[in-house]
Design a protein around this ligand. Sequence first.
Ligand SMILES: Nc1ncnc2c1ncn2[C@@H]1O[C@H](COP(=O)(O)OP(=O)(O)OP(=O)(O)O)[C@@H](O)[C@H]1O
Ligand SMILES: O=C(O)[C@H](O)COP(=O)(O)O
Length: 403
Amino acid sequence: MKTIDELLAEGVDGKRVFVRADLNVPMADGLITDDGRIRAVLPTVKALADAGAKVVVASHLGRPKGAPDPAFSLLQAAERLGELLGTPVAFAQDTVGPAAHGAVDGLEPGQVAVIENLRFNAGETAKDDIERGEFADRLAALADVYVGDGFGAVHRKHASVFDLPARLPHYAGYLIATEVGVLKKLTEDVKRPYVVALGGAKVSDKLAVIDELLGKADRLLIGGGMAYTFLKAQGHEIGVSLLQEDQLPAVTEYIERAAKTGVELVLPVDVLVAPAFPDLSSKAPANPTTVAADAIPADSMGLDIGPESRKLYASKLADAATVFWNGPMGVFEHPDYAEGTRAFAQALLDSPAFTVVGGGDSAAAVRQLDFDETAFGHISTGGGASLEYLEGKTLPGLAALED
Ligand SMILES: Nc1ncnc2c1ncn2[C@@H]1O[C@H](COP(=O)(O)OP(=O)(O)OP(=O)(O)O)[C@@H](O)[C@H]1O
Ligand SMILES: O=C(O)[C@H](O)COP(=O)(O)O
């Protein structure tokens, strides 16, 4: 994989460099609540701009449906990028249309433009190779060189991640190089006991990962929205909690396999429940109640791990040598459901383990709950991406940067 240092040595003065970043930052009421992913790409953008490149930054934000949707505009992220760079950044209101071409044509060496959300175009995420390729051709017309630095999206076979690098000279940016360097250690020479903790809400994406992790980790701790499909598979009532119903047979098989192979599978023993998902805008008190994990009322939703589970999980971290954690333990954005995630992060810090925290929201949670992020071994910008890397899968966005 050629790196950005090689590109800089070759020279970029006046060249249009397309940087595929992951600016998929958490937002609430139209405002960015954590800019970690924007900060993470700054070294690459700065180095290119300082070397006189015309830098074109592109990303997805959220999951719009292949057409423009103002709720998912990258405008705020572009403005924040400009603030962090200390220089104005041009923003194009389309991705490959006249606005994008106008913004790129208007760049002087050393200047930066952000184009609108890649996923406003159906071609970005299309399953069909030809449709993706056509969109990649249109993106390629905006640049001379490609730098991949959106680590959080390298597990997606999307046009800007997979097809575009094949059309331009391509290099890995600093973020991807750092992330891969750290995660590689967990696949090659992991110190045991190796504990993997999974929470969050992208249950369908991440359940599949457990299949592989069962052969790698010594202990699997399941929390967040992920836990309820497991509790249901064990035959418990889970009320209206997050459920991936089509995965129940697979989860039942994971539970059986873990028992057979001696992998310790740890599920919550108590949870915080309420009749509905909390209002994250007003943060009005949610008044949850704590119930045993096998006694969730039929009309309730599980939204955080309870106090006994927090103690249990802390005890499972206390003797760990390596921990990988992806996905908050509860809906940490609301103060009534933040304690599970807070206690878990604290237990990680108290453990002697080398800890890797992966994921946009997991990293945001650590910062929002006022932990010193430098105290963790590594905070990865990728959740799904780092999990799939640890699974040993070939990731489209990394494969595309090779050769
Ligand atoms: N019990 C729960 N029910 C519903 N949502 C939950 C629950 N517990 C946590 N969440 C939500 O999960 C979200 C984060 O999940 P997600 O899987 O996206 O993690 P992530 O760290 O951002 O990983 P990635 O980078 O792959 O997106 C948070 O917004 C949180 O509110
Ligand atoms: O948040 C993430 O994990 C990445 O930005 C990828 O987003 P996606 O899961 O919507 O593809």
